[in-house]
Design a protein around this ligand. Structure first.
Ligand code: SF4
Length: 338
């Protein structure tokens, strides 16, 4: 299938689409002191293991979203009032790459003005970073970059990124530059068994050598998981959690570095979630307001939340429907038409 770009939907205050409820944009509160901030869904890479099927080579996506900055900030303000804690972390993670957000520096700067946020972190593969942008993000108040480096080998890193132009030598220079900046660096490879096993020790050595992790752990190795709508490299079988943690412990002993991480390593703790206005299996009247993220989906609105209707291909935008809520976890809502 040829790789293409998809239409971008601008989620603005005028769109009347709430920024809570959808996995692909807005704000996600999973009942801790961390708010996940998702200003964009776009990605420029097409990693062959991507759990969110992002990038130009996506098979399942039909729409990308960009959220208006002021609208995002007003939702964050509302959520922070409910969370009522001054030990919050803003984690800009997204289902793509946050650096595709045109106002990423402004966003970080505005987040740093909220007294509730003590930490502002960002998850990226780094291809859109450069020294000037790193300086600007540091100046704006970014505390940590979680930088995904999945292989140091040139050919393998290209293969894993699904992108011919991916240049690992540039990413290495960027990692070195971050490690010398006021921003903390955490290197976060995805361990894809059978593909980058030999790279994991090299990445650990590299993280130690450049002095990653001054305030937080230097590495956050992630386990590859096969997701229903994610990309699955052929012949790759996910490791069991048992094997994954055993392997990390063996590497910890060998390299004398912390690899098995706990929420407390990042000062993450439980904090009551904002109210969840639906019950699972409830039938709800909702207004269909826009295209859904994945093919066949539409987004709808009820009770100040956005709901994804998964089987709404033929439902026109602007109509009102009754749909059954089938998922309510963490204020992310999925509904089905019956
Ligand atoms: S893994 Fe991250 S960088 Fe790679 S395609 Fe997915 S969202 Fe983009």
């Amino acid at each position: 299938m040829p790789c293409t770009n998809r239409p971008i939907y601008n989620v603005t205050q005028d769109s009347e689409i709430p920024l809570i409820g959808c996995i692909s944009f807005g704000v996600i509160d999973r009942g801790t002191n961390v708010l996940q901030i998702r200003p964009t869904s776009i990605c420029v890479l097409s990693c062959i293991f991507c759990s969110t099927d992002a990038g130009p080579c996506s098979r399942w996506r039909q729409t990308e979203y960009i959220v208006e900055l002021d609208y995002l900030l007003s939702t964050i303000r509302t959520v922070l009032k409910i969370k009522n804690s001054n030990k919050m972390e803003a984690h800009i993670d997204t289902v793509g790459d946050p650096l595709t957000y045109p106002k990423i520096v402004d966003l970080v700067h505005k987040l740093s003005e909220f007294p509730e946020f003590k930490v502002i972190s960002l998850q990226t593969h780094g291809v859109l970073l450069n020294d000037k942008l790193i300086d600007e993000l540091a100046e704006a108040g970014l505390s940590r970059i979680n930088l995904s480096i999945d292989a140091l080998d040139e050919n393998l890193s290209k293969k894993l990124s699904g992108t011919e132009t991916y240049d690992i030598s540039r990413i290495i220079s960027i990692a070195e530059y971050i490690s010398l900046s006021p921003i903390d660096l955490l290197i976060a490879p995805v361990w894809v068994p059978g593909l980058n096993d030999h790279e994991i020790p090299r990445i650990i050595r590299f993280a130690k050598q450049i002095g990653a992790g001054k305030h937080w752990p230097p590495l956050g190795i992630q386990k590859y998981e096969a997701h229903k709508f994610g990309r699955k490299p052929p012949k790759v079988k996910p490791m069991t959690w048992y094997k994954f943690y055993n392997s990390l412990r063996a590497l910890e002993r060998k390299f004398k570095v912390k690899l098995v991480l706990k929420p407390s390593d990042f000062n993450i703790f439980k904090l009551p979630s904002i109210p969840i206005p639906f019950k699972r299996f409830e039938k709800v009247k909702m207004k269909v307001v826009g295209p859904g993220w994945l093919k066949g989906e539409k987004i709808a609105v009820a009770r100040n939340r956005t709901i994804t209707i998964v089987n709404a291909e033929n439902i026109p935008i602007g109509t009102t429907v009754y749909a059954r809520i089938i998922r309510v976890k963490h204020n992310i809502f999925i509904a089905k038409l019956e």
